[in-house]
Every structure is written in C-alpha cells, then in structure tokens.
Design a protein around this ligand. Structure first.
Ligand SMILES: [Zn+2]
Length: 213
C-alpha cells in the first residue's frame, strides 16, 4: 500500500464508525479498523511496531494491530452514520425498522450486527441484555414493543457508560454479567454459552432474563 500518499497532506477531519477510525484528507480517507486487539497511542509508543505512524509538527499518533486501508470515495457515501450507536446522527427508529425485518434473529446476534448497531461488541451485548432482563436467545419478533425499544435505547446508553468507564479504567468493575459466574440480582449461577449464529461468549441468568420465543 502506498502509505507515502499521506506524507505532507493535511488532516481535515477525524471520524469514527463503530470500530472504524477515519482520518480524512482532501481527496481520500484512511480507514483504521481495530478489529479485536487493535490499539493506538497519542504522543506515546508501544514496544510493538506500529502499522501506521503519523508525525505532525510536534506530536504523533501510532496505530497497532489494526487494518489500514485507503478509501477514495466520500465517507458520507460509504458510511451510514445513522447506524453508529454513538454518532449524533444515530437513528433508533431506523434500527427498529431493520430489526422488524428479521423477526427470527436472536437478540444476541442482532446486537452484534454492525449494520444495525455499529460499535456494539460482545461485552456491550451481554451487559445490555442483562440490564433489560432479556434472555439472549429470545427472538426479535417475539419481543414485546417495550423490550425492543429498551434494547435499542440501552445499546446506545450502555455504549456511553462503557466509554466513560473505560476512560477511567473502571470498566471491568462495572460488569454485571460479562465474565461473571453469579447473578448479582438473583445470587444464583449465571449461564455461559456460545450463543446464536455469532457463537460469542454469552453470560446470562435464566431466572431474571426472560426468554421470548
Ligand atoms: Zn438473575
């Protein structure tokens, strides 16, 4: 990849969509995808070799263990900002429309669908479902309207809590279900299962999380 294309160019914007971080230049955009283990350092370096390192007049930013790609199209055409749960343009009604179109999908899979809930990952999935007391193997079409709306709303709310806690290094201590063995509400063992088509680690309580099917 012709990384030198960036040299001497001016950054005009930074954007994000889910786990994609976008560095915008006048005629192209650099897309960083953090995948599972990607990270970055601002004015700091890790021991590892960066995939991309940008040096500015006095500062620098380094990206590790991520995928780097050029996008030549306008990012507003490539990305649907309304599906990013943390974006100002997030549209919960549109998420509901998309969910209504797939009634047989399990909620644990729906939450991980980046076309509906861009930015939501496995931790957020487990915590949101615990918060709203919905069993991860419930079917979208069987959810009462109130629970469907809660699912959509909490996906965004929890994401902001997640960010706040992560920034303050207190994320893990706020987990109620993810990686836990006992339900904090019922004081009985939680179930751990690789649920749904996505087969990601899922933690839930069969007593206080209702199975809608
Ligand atoms: Zn419980």
């Amino acid at each position: 990849m012709d990384i030198q294309r960036i040299a001497g160019q001016k950054v005009i914007d930074f954007k994000s969509w889910g786990k994609h971080f976008l560095i915008c230049f006048k005629n192209f955009t650099v897309r960083i995808h953090f995948m599972l283990f990607g990270s970055y350092r601002i004015n700091e370096r890790k021991e590892a070799t960066p995939r991309l390192s940008l040096k500015f007049a006095a500062r620098e930013i380094n990206f590790y263990t991520c995928s780097v790609q050029f996008i030549d199209e306008d990012p507003d055409i490539v990305y649907d900002w309304t599906s990013d749960v943390m974006n100002d343009h997030w549209d919960p009604d549109k998420a509901q429309l998309k969910l209504n179109q797939q009634p047989t999908t399990l909620v644990c899979d729906a939450l991980l669908d980046q076309n509906i809930f861009s930015g939501v990952g496995n931790i957020i999935k487990n915590e949101v479902l615990f918060r709203i007391r919905v069993h991860p193997e419930s079917m979208i079409g069987a959810l009462p309207n109130e629970q469907l709306r809660e699912l959509i709303d909490e996906a965004r709310l929890y994401s902001f809590d997640f960010l706040e806690w992560k920034k303050n290094y207190v994320l893990k201590k706020h987990w109620l279900a993810h990686t836990k063995t006992i339900c904090p509400r019922c004081n009985i063992p939680l179930i751990k299962k690789y649920a749904g088509k996505t087969k990601r680690r899922t933690f839930f309580c069969t007593n206080c999380q209702i199975l809608y099917q």
